[in-house]
Design a protein around this ligand. Structure first.
Ligand code: SF4
Length: 465
């Protein structure tokens, strides 16, 4: 099953129909927008995963709630064919919320006044399967394991942070953190593909603690698909006194430590397994590792090898294809808003009003600038510039493009001339809105929304089809 079978979020918890595909079996059977699916073939449905399994049959009986009235429809179709319904949510019962209280959680660092739906702390293996969200497994149960295994819910994404039980308890501020990695072992024993993540908080789980964690991973979980080592993202709104950004020396130490462990993993299990996030190389002022280091770019969506992937796409080395899907671009910021960069972007097509010959400004965050600047320079064009948008909304060390918001773009674009083309990466949009609730229509200059990959950027710059 694809990881994103529907354009759904997690803020509207019902199986409410939001679209019916014209000419589909569902339309022929009379299913309407705003119907709520109560059960499929007599079985109440908990989530879109179960819905997909049950609607795979050739004959499907839907019990629906239409306004206050219960009704039902019979649908005949080819086995395996979709019904043609789009549903409002991925989960129809309730999101399993997180009971950890991590000092580094990004949800605790949001500016005041943000939408409540952005503050959802999920720790639900189903969202891990559907969206690539990371779960700590502290709320995982035997019944969950059985479902994951029997329904083949793989891959999953697990936050490790530390393999030392006491340190993991300290970091999650949850005593179940000491034992919940037993579920990771169980998942791997059942052949589930699992991608791991370590969020590094300087002074807490770096240095010797990170060494211990990577040794623990090699020792206890060598069958993990890979492990992303990512730096703490800290905004101006954190109230945690121990949390701070890495210094350059600390970032360099992490890069060197991970490099060393890659050699150990390569020699021991035949693959590198552990990767430092691109942001570490930028912080350390080091060149990114060669593209070949990242294999198939398996953690591309988690900020691992993204710069090299973008470069390969931009220079045509991928044959005109973008690398992977990007539902979670920089989604490694742990505890990031569930409706943030994990939700569908649903960018509206934008009419291109600027002249083809107009100068071009590419809008991006400070980290994106470090990646895009050298690539754009290779074009040798003096009509294309990269516009760095400072993130004052979150502040701190937040420089990823995915967290650019409307009010910062209003300020940046207000200082730019009219009549130019302005390219905006779609990664900073969620459901057509920025995280601060503004939309591209609120910006003082028209922008063209471009998919966040090198192929799309190059096409936008060269007008290639
Ligand atoms: S970082 Fe993740 S696991 Fe920790 S409190 Fe936030 S949502 Fe929960």
């Amino acid at each position: 099953m694809p990881r994103r079978p529907y354009h759904v979020g997690v803020s509207d918890l019902s199986a409410r129909v939001i679209a019916v595909v014209p000419g589909s079996p569902a339309e022929s059977a009379g299913v309407s927008v705003d119907d709520v699916v109560l059960s499929v073939n007599g079985q109440p449905i908990r989530d879109v995963i179960q819905y997909r399994v049950l609607t795979d049959e050739a004959e499907v009986h839907l019990d629906l709630l239409r306004g206050p009235v219960s009704t039902s429809v019979e649908i005949q179709k080819a086995a395996g064919a979709p019904l043609g319904i789009e549903i409002a949510s991925a989960l129809f019962d309730e999101v399993r919320t997180c009971d950890n209280h991590c000092e580094f959680c990004f949800i605790y660092q949001l500016p005041p006044g943000m939408r409540r739906s952005l503050s959802l702390k999920d720790d639900d293996y189903r969202l891990s399967f559907l969206y690539g969200n990371f779960t700590t497994l502290t709320r995982f149960t035997e019944a969950d394991l059985e479902r994951v295994v029997t329904e083949g819910l793989s891959p999953l994404y697990v936050s490790i942070h530390a393999t030392d039980p006491a340190l993991r308890v300290e970091m999650l501020r949850n005593r179940r953190g000491a034992t919940s990695l037993r579920w990771l072992r169980a998942l791997l024993d059942h052949g589930v593909e699992v991608h791991g993540q370590v969020v590094v908080c300087p002074g807490i789980n770096d240095g010797g603690a990170l060494d211990d964690t990577l040794l623990g991973i090699l020792d206890e979980y060598p069958d993990l698909a890979d492990v992303a080592v990512v730096p703490l993202g800290i905004s101006d709104h954190s109230n945690e006194p121990r949390m701070r950004a890495h210094t350059r020396a600390e970032a360099t130490a992490v890069v060197e430590l991970v490099d060393g462990w890659q050699e150990t993993f390569l020699a021991t299990i035949g693959r590198r397994m552990v990767f430092a996030a691109d942001e570490y190389y930028l912080l350390a002022g080091r060149a990114f590792p060669p593209a070949g280091t990242y294999g198939e770019f398996g953690m591309h969506e988690d900020g691992i090898g993204m710069a090299r992937a973008f470069e390969a796409e931009f220079t045509g080395a991928t044959g005109g294809d973008a690398i992977g899907t990007q539902p979670g671009f920089f989604s490694w910021v742990d505890g990031a808003p569930a409706e943030g960069y994990r939700a569908p972007r649903v960018a509206q097509p934008v009419e291109i009003r600027a002249r083809r010959t107009a100068p071009v400004g590419i809008l991006t965050g400070p980290l994106g600038r470090a990646v895009l600047g050298p690539l754009v320079d290779t074009l040798g064009r003096d009509d294309v510039r990269v516009i760095e948008v400072e993130n004052r909304f979150f502040g701190g060390n937040i420089g990823v493009t995915g967290l650019m918001v409307g009010e910062d773009l209003v300020r940046a674009l207000g200082a730019e001339p009219e009549g130019h083309r302005y390219l905006l990466p779609d990664v900073c949009l969620s459901g057509g809105r920025f995280l601060d609730g503004l939309t591209p229509g609120d910006l003082p200059r028209p922008v063209e929304i471009v998919a966040t990959d090198g192929v799309s950027l190059r096409r936008a710059l060269t007008w290639e089809p």
